[in-house]
Design a protein around this ligand. Structure first.
Ligand SMILES: Cc1ncc(COP(=O)(O)O)c(C=O)c1O
Length: 460
């Protein structure tokens, strides 16, 4: 059978000659299902209690769209629903409406950020949004950045660039420092960079979960005595379990003195630094060599959306550029696949661009500020005779009942999370320093004070 006869009844691709009315119908139908699912969230809860989703696999002949629509519906109705008011577990907020459209536009364009000729307008857009971030963060004109699919990759891009810049690419004595509360993905970065576990050095945190500066100085001295060569210090702007912010200014002074690259993992808190919100510890980010900003985690830009901003864009070029022998070099445009570890990349910048334009600076501040206000409301009303609280200046709070030993609290957190889930509140149970906690992340714009009161009633 020829492909002609197999496919003659289907429009496989958008047509370049006739009408695309059929595609339009399919898009409308899909939009209706998704919007209905959003509206059904209240009935469904944050995650389905029982999933009836059956994973199908490709068969000899393709299926009709009607079959696929019923599968799509089943998939959707078996999914985690971030728009539900009780979705407070993770850094996965509801999707900003305009950002959903941005994903659709990116899929329709199917442009590739690997090369300028495959994404002429989007490449310029990415460059210009990165420049905008650089300026608003206070970097000089030398700065710029690149998007990547998630915070892990942006951090990896930074670390590879830092090591390259230090000339330590192949040195087994090359090490980098993070706080003990930094994100677990740095373990992955270490492996990818071909380093051993002990090339990643963890600095102790203080009682507030921030990197301890005295410990940092001691660690640097110890490294130097052992002949280790530090190519980067990572300050976390918003730790995963409690939203703590490492003392950026102090770390920066040390980095300047020792000529060490300062990277800020702002996957959680970096976006707050483009606002005027008065948040303790968010200052001087422009003194860093690089910063990760990951607006998928709180602003609602649909996943994935992450930027690495570097104080000198030439360093990214020097680190990653290999030349693209199969891409035209007739013009002098920069191919943005030459700025990081990813080659082909989708046009993720579109949804960030639209999200920022749609919200404006006031809207951005409103979304971010409301998340902090909700955390404060929760913190002020959680019974502190009953619980120990672990939080910082952002929108994340972890807690544990007082006076329980490890086994008791491990069991309590397990049961409490399940009980809360039955009441349609989904919070998380992070394992942190060998103990389970409960954690609420107040990045859900739909959650109101009265919902938080309901959650508190179940806890107090
Ligand atoms: C502080 C921090 N850094 C990095 C990451 C990794 O980000 P991603 O999951 O987008 O790769 C996370 C994830 O939650 C995080 O909390």
């Amino acid at each position: 059978m020829t492909s002609d006869s197999i496919n003659k009844h289907k429009n496989l691709f958008p047509t370049s000659t006739g009408s695309n009315d059929n595609l339009l119908l399919l898009l409308n139908r899909t939009s209706e299902i998704i919007c209905k699912w959003f509206s059904d969230a209240d009935k469904l809860g944050p995650i389905p209690i029982e999933s009836n989703f059956e994973c199908s696999v490709p068969e000899e002949y393709g299926k009709s769209v009607d079959v696929l629509f019923s599968e799509i519906e089943s998939l959707i109705y078996s999914s985690f629903n971030p728009v539900h008011v009780g979705s407070l577990a993770h850094l996965d907020p509801p999707p900003l409406i305009i950002s959903i459209l941005g994903d659709l536009v990116a899929a329709g364009l199917n442009n590739n950020l690997l090369a300028h000729e495959l994404s002429p307008s989007v490449s310029l857009l990415e460059e210009s949004i990165c420049k905008w971030f650089s300026r608003i963060l206070g970097f000089t004109d030398l700065a710029g950045g690149v998007a990547a699919s998630g915070g892990t990759l942006s951090n990896l891009n930074a670390l590879v660039a830092a090591r390259n810049h230090a000339g330590l690419e192949t040195d087994p004595k090359a090490v980098y420092l993070i706080s003990e509360d930094a994100h677990s993905s740095f373990i992955k970065c270490t492996r990818i960079m071909g380093l051993e576990k002990n090339n990643l050095i963890k600095v102790k945190t203080d009682k507030d979960g921030c990197m301890d500066i005295i410990e940092l100085k001691k660690t640097i001295d110890k490294c130097s005595n052992e002949g280790k060569r530090i190519f980067a210090i990572v300050a976390t702007l918003g730790t995963t379990v409690r939203g703590a912010i490492d003392p950026i200014e102090n770390i920066c002074n040390i980095c300047n003195e020792k000529k060490i690259w300062l990277h800020i993992d702002g996957s959680i808190g970096g976006i707050f630094s483009i606002t005027n919100l008065p948040i303790n510890g968010i200052n001087n980010v422009n003194l860093a060599n690089s910063i990760t900003i990951n607006p998928q985690k709180i602003l609602g830009i649909t996943k994935t959306s992450s930027l690495l901003i570097v104080s000198n864009i030439e360093i990214l070029k020097n680190t990653f550029s290999t030349g693209l022998p199969y891409v035209s070099t007739e013009n002098n445009f920069l191919n943005r696949g030459e700025l990081g570890v990813q080659g082909s990349r989708p046009a993720e910048i579109i949804k960030l661009w639209l999200g920022l334009r749609f919200l404006g600076m006031h809207g951005i501040e409103d979304v971010l500020n409301s998340s902090i206000e909700k955390r404060i409301f929760f913190e002020n009303n959680l019974d502190t005779e009953k619980y120990d609280l672990y939080t910082g200046p952002l929108h994340i709070i972890s807690f544990l009942p007082k006076g329980m030993n490890k086994n008791e609290s491990d069991l309590w957190t397990l049961n409490k999370r399940l009980n809360l889930m039955k009441e349609n509140f989904m919070i998380s149970r992070p394992l942190f320093k060998n103990r389970y906690y409960l954690r609420a992340v107040f990045g859900n714009y739909n959650t109101s004070e009265s919902h938080i009161k309901d959650l508190l009633k179940l806890l107090n």
